[in-house]
Design a protein around this ligand. Structure first.
Ligand code: GLC
Ligand code: CA
Length: 539
C-alpha cells in the first residue's frame, strides 16, 4: 500500500461541547479548543476529529445540522473555526470534520421548504411515503426508539427518520442532494481541513421500501462519486462510521484501489458485551476469548486490501476503563493495559478526549441527570414496557452516551477547570483525583503512557506496517500477539484481568520497549503477570 500520512497518525476526538469553555456560559467552544492545542501537542497527536460544530438546534448535540457552512452560536463563529484550523496547523495538527449527511435537522432550510408541500422543489430532498391502511408505511424503526416514520399532517404523508423525528433522512437517490453534499464538502476542503469522519455513512444507500437500511445497493457507487467529486484530489483522511461492517464490507470501503474511504470504524468488538439480537442496553459479560478472536480476525482479514481504525471509546460509548478495565483499585494499571493492547495493533488509533487521563463513567442515580436523547427515549419506552426504574438506570449507567460526554477534567478547581460558569452537563465528582494537571505532574501517569505509545509508534515502522499474529495457547485472560516486520519481531502481552496470571514462551527478550509495571528485564519462561500487567518487548 502507498504510505499516506494517516497510516502512521494518531487521531484525537474532541466533543466540543465538553472540552473547554472559554467564556463562562458552561458550554465548551472553539476558542476553548484553541487554548488547549498546546496540551494536545504535548500528547503528540496528529489530527483532531471534531464532533459537529455546525449550526444546530441540538436535539442530538450537533448531529442534527441546520447549516453546514456556519458554526453553532455557542461554539463561536466561522472566523473562530478558521483560526482553529490555522492555529492547529502550527502544531502540525489537522482538523477532521464530522460529516453528518445521512440526515439534516428538521430546522434545515431544505426541510422547512420540503414541508411546504408535495410540489416544493425541496420535497424530494427527503423521503416521503403515503400511509398504508391509514398507518405507517412499514416497520422501519428509529435507532432512538419508535417508528422511523413521522406523519406530516399538512401533506398527509410520512417522512423517514432513522434517528429522532427532528433528524429527517436525506434522499440520496436525488442527484441534487448529492450535489449539495459535494458542495459543502468542498467548502470545508477549501478551508484546509484534514478530512472527514462520516456519520452513519453506511445508511446512505438505504432502500426504505424494502426495509434495507445499512449497506444498500448504491452505497459504494455514492462513495466513489463522493471521492471523485470532493476529497479525492486532496491528501486527507476519511473514516466512515459503519456499524454493519464485516471485514469483507470494510475492504469494499477501504481498499485503496476502489477509491472510496481511508478506513472505517467497525463495531464488532464493541458489541461483545451485548446480548445477541438485543439492544445495546441488554448487557452480558465480556468474554476475553471472544475479544481476542474478533480483534485477531480484523487484524488479519483486511491484509493489504484495507485499513483498520483502532478505538475503545467515542462520544457514543461508555468509558473503556469503567467498561472493560477496573476504575477503582486498578484504575491506572488497567487503563494503561487497554492503551498498550490497542495502540500496538495495526491500524490508525483514535483517542477520545479524557481517555488519556483515564476518565471514567459517571455514577448517575436518576433520569433527571441524563441529557442524552437516546438514553431518555429508551428510559420512557422501557418504563412503559414494564421494566423497573432500577434496571433501566443500570443500563444507562453502563452504556449511556452521557458517560463519555461529561466535561473534560483539567484540574481540581471548581468544575474541573472546564468552565467558570455552570457546566451544561454535570462534571464527574472524581475530578479531584482524575484530571490533566495531576497526570502531567506524575511521570507514571496514564497520560505519559499514551504519550509514549504515540512516540513509539512514530519511531517504529513495525507498529504501522508489521504483520499481526495472535498467540493462541495462552491462559484465557492473557491477550498476547506478535508484530513482525522484516527481521524485527515484537511481542505484546496483556493480562486482561485483575487476577494474576502466567504467560510462558521460549522467546528471549532483547529489549523492553514499555510496560505498565516497572521492569527493565523480562524473562518469558513462566512469566508471572500482575493484575492488568501489559508489556511490549523486542524479541
Ligand atoms: C452517529 C453519531 C451519534 C448520532 C447518530 C445520528 O451514530 O455518532 O452520536 O446520534 O449518528 O447522527
Ligand atoms: Ca462557551
Amino acid at each position: 500500500m502507498d504510505p499516506r500520512w494517516w497510516h502512521t497518525a494518531v487521531i484525537y476526538q474532541i466533543y466540543p461541547r465538553s472540552f473547554q469553555d472559554s467564556n463562562g456560559d458552561g458550554i465548551g467552544d472553539i476558542k476553548g479548543i484553541i487554548s488547549r492545542l498546546d496540551y494536545l501537542h504535548t500528547l503528540g497527536i496528529n489530527a483532531i476529529w471534531l464532533s459537529p460544530v455546525y449550526k444546530s438546534p441540538n436535539v442530538d448535540n450537533g448531529y442534527d445540522i441546520s447549516d453546514y457552512r456556519d458554526i453553532m452560536d455557542e461554539f463561536g463563529s466561522i472566523e473562530d473555526m478558521d483560526e482553529l484550523i490555522s492555529e492547529a496547523a502550527k502544531y502540525d495538527i489537522k482538523i477532521i470534520m464530522d460529516l453528518v449527511v445521512n440526515h439534516t435537522s428538521d430546522q434545515h432550510p431544505w426541510f422547512i421548504e420540503a414541508k411546504k408541500g408535495k410540489d416544493n422543489k425541496y420535497r424530494d430532498y427527503y423521503i416521503w411515503r403515503n400511509p398504508v391502511d391509514g398507518n405507517v408505511p412499514n416497520n422501519l424503526r428509529s435507532s432512538f426508539g419508535g417508528s422511523a416514520w413521522e406523519f406530516d399532517k399538512y401533506s398527509g404523508q410520512y417522512y423517514l427518520h432513522l434517528f429522532s423525528k427532528h433528524q429527517p433522512d436525506l434522499n440520496w437517490e436525488n442527484e441534487k442532494v448529492r450535489q449539495e453534499v459535494w458542495d459543502l464538502m468542498n467548502f470545508w476542503l477549501e478551508k484546509g481541513v484534514g478530512g472527514f469522519r462520516m456519520d452513519v455513512i453506511d445508511l446512505i444507500g438505504k432502500v426504505p421500501d424494502e426495509e434495507i437500511t445499512s449497506n444498500g445497493p448504491k452505497l459504494h457507487e455514492y462513495l466513489q462519486e463522493m471521492n471523485r467529486k470532493t476529497f479525492g484530489k486532496y491528501d486527507v483522511l476519511t473514516v466512515g462510521e459503519t456499524w454493519g461492517a464485516t471485514p469483507d464490507i470494510a475492504k469494499l470501503f477501504s481498499n485503496p484501489e476502489r477509491k472510496e474511504l481511508s478506513m472505517v470504524f467497525q463495531f464488532e468488538h464493541i458489541c461483545l458485551d451485548q446480548q445477541e439480537g438485543m439492544e445495546k442496553w441488554d448487557l452480558k459479560p465480556l468474554q476475553i476469548k471472544e475479544l481476542k478472536r474478533v480483534i485477531a480476525k480484523w487484524q488479519t482479514a483486511l491484509g493489504k486490501k484495507g485499513w483498520n481504525s483502532l478505538f475503545w471509546n467515542n462520544h457514543d460509548l461508555p468509558r473503556i476503563v469503567s467498561r472493560w478495565g477496573n476504575d477503582k483499585q486498578y484504575h491506572s494499571e488497567s487503563a494503561k493495559m487497554l492503551a498498550i493492547l490497542l495502540h500496538m495493533l495495526r491500524g490508525t488509533p483514535y483517542i477520545y478526549q479524557g481517555e488519556e487521563i483515564g476518565m471514567t463513567n459517571y455514577p448517575i442515580s436518576s433520569i433527571e441527570e441524563v441529557d442524552d436523547i437516546e438514553s431518555r427515549n429508551m428510559y420512557y419506552e422501557r418504563l412503559a414496557k414494564g421494566y423497573s426504574k432500577r434496571e433501566i438506570l443500570e443500563s444507562i449507567k453502563a452504556k449511556g452516551r452521557d458517560n463519555a460526554r461529561t466535561p473534560m477534567q483539567w484540574d481540581d478547581t471548581e468544575n474541573a477547570g472546564f468552565t467558570k460558569g455552570t457546566p451544561w452537563l454535570h462534571v464527574n465528582p472524581n475530578y479531584h483525583q482524575i484530571n490533566v494537571k495531576k497526570n502531567l505532574e506524575n511521570p507514571n501517569s496514564i497520560f505519559y503512557t499514551y504519550q509514549q505509545l504515540i512516540r513509539v509508534r512514530k519511531e517504529n515502522p513495525i507498529i504501522t506496517w508489521g504483520d499481526f499474529q495472535l498467540i493462541e495457547n495462552t491462559e484465557e485472560e492473557v491477550f498476547a500477539y506478535y508484530r513482525k516486520l522484516g527481521n524485527e519481531k515484537w511481542l505484546i502481552v496483556a493480562n486482561f484481568s485483575e487476577s494474576e496470571s502466567v504467560f510462558s514462551s521460549e522467546d528471549v527478550v532483547k529489549k523492553v520497549i514499555m510496560s505498565n509495571y516497572k521492569q527493565n528485564n523480562i524473562n518469558l519462561s513462566n512469566k508471572r503477570l500482575k493484575p492488568y500487567e501489559a508489556f511490549v518487548v523486542r524479541i
